[in-house]
Design a protein around this ligand. Structure first.
Ligand SMILES: Nc1ncnc2c1ncn2[C@@H]1O[C@H](COP(=O)(O)OP(=O)(O)OP(=O)(O)O)[C@@H](O)[C@H]1O
Length: 299
């Protein structure tokens, strides 16, 4: 559905996106994660044809990103989505449906259905009087008025309370189940981990890891084992009534087992711990800091 090759954006001398390559399949939920300033929004805007790349290409289906025809089948949700404060959700969505030439009766049915699914109440209330979560839901509904195949969402759950965040993430999943392709950016790695099929991790304009979360884990992280014993060992820490030794591989687990037996104790439990995407990210970003691809350009 999306092919990105050597995509680069430079603002003046500053390279915001250093040269990205990735592909997104139809029906996939694809996450772009990274800290502030990583280049997520710039990447999404280039995909949506809102920012012109300085180099490289992005194609959506058979179109170049930015082709007016492509934009008709795209729903873009900006990070900040100012709404017309005096309009109601219904009048606002009707206004956008008109812009896309969606027939009135189709638009009415579509927007009511979307608002039902998003459980948006107070549809006749002024947008200016709505909560942040309600406004975000209206902005999401706006991205769907033209029934696009591709949704590009910039921080869809940014600033929302946990309940609304869950709603929005569940809704994203539902969209993919209905055959839509969703590309979204997030700071919060848990959001990405719970919803995305595949992710890229960006840092300082560059993709520093990619794949499914388990793949990234295999490549960049390691499993740790927590061995709980009834006796204290040289490297163990107290853990309630027991002691715990944390090790990195199965040979070390065996060594702890032997040492426990030698000390007259027994192993009560062995728990494995997978690094979360957050741990992986901190690890990868930490390493990247030592080799910032943009450092030379900004010095
Ligand atoms: N129009 C612009 N002019 C100059 N620099 C820009 C412009 N837009 C973005 N940048 C810079 O490019 C870099 C990447 O910005 P971008 O908004 O893509 O990052 P981001 O990952 O989306 O960050 P955030 O999570 O804070 O939204 C930042 O250093 C930003 O200051």
């Amino acid at each position: 559905m999306i092919r990105v090759n050597g995509l680069r954006k430079t603002y003046g001398e500053f390279p915001a996106v250093v040269g990205s390559d990735f592909a997104v399949d139809r029906g996939e939920i694809f996450g772009i994660v990274g800290p502030n300033g990583a280049g997520k929004t710039t990447t999404l805007k280039m995909l949506a044809g809102l920012v012109e790349p300085s180099a490289g290409t992005a194609t959506v289906g058979t179109y170049d990103a930015g082709d007016p025809e492509m934009r008709r089948s795209l729903g873009f949700l900006p990070e900040e989505s100012p709404l017309y404060e005096d309009m109601t959700p219904r009048s606002y969505l009707r206004f956008f449906a008109d812009l896309y030439d969606v027939p009135r009766d189709v638009a009415r049915e579509r927007t009511e259905e979307t608002l039902d699914r998003l459980e948006l109440e107070h549809r006749e209330r002024r947008l200016g009087d709505m909560s942040k979560g309600m406004k975000r839901k209206v902005a999401i509904a706006r991205s769907l008025v033209n029934d696009p195949d591709l949704l590009i969402y910039d921080e869809p759950a940014s600033g929302l309370d946990p309940l609304t965040t869950n709603y929005v993430l569940e809704f994203t999943r539902e969209l993919a189940e209905r055959g839509k392709t969703v590309v979204f950016s997030a700071h919060n790695l848990y959001h990405v981990e719970s919803v995305c099929d595949r992710v890229v991790i960006m840092n300082r304009g560059q993709i520093v890891a990619r794949g499914t979360v388990p793949e990234i884990r295999d490549e960049h992280g390691s499993t740790t084992y927590r061995v709980f014993t009834t006796v204290s060992l040289p490297d163990s820490d107290p853990a309630g009534e027991e002691y715990v030794t944390v090790v990195d591989d199965m040979d070390a687990v065996e060594a702890v087992r032997e040492a426990t037996g030698d000390a007259g104790g027994r192993v009560v439990d062995i728990r494995t711990e997978e690094p979360s995407l957050e741990d992986l990210f901190l690890d990868i970003a930490g390493r990247e800091l030592e080799s910032d691809p943009r450092a030379e350009a900004t010095q």
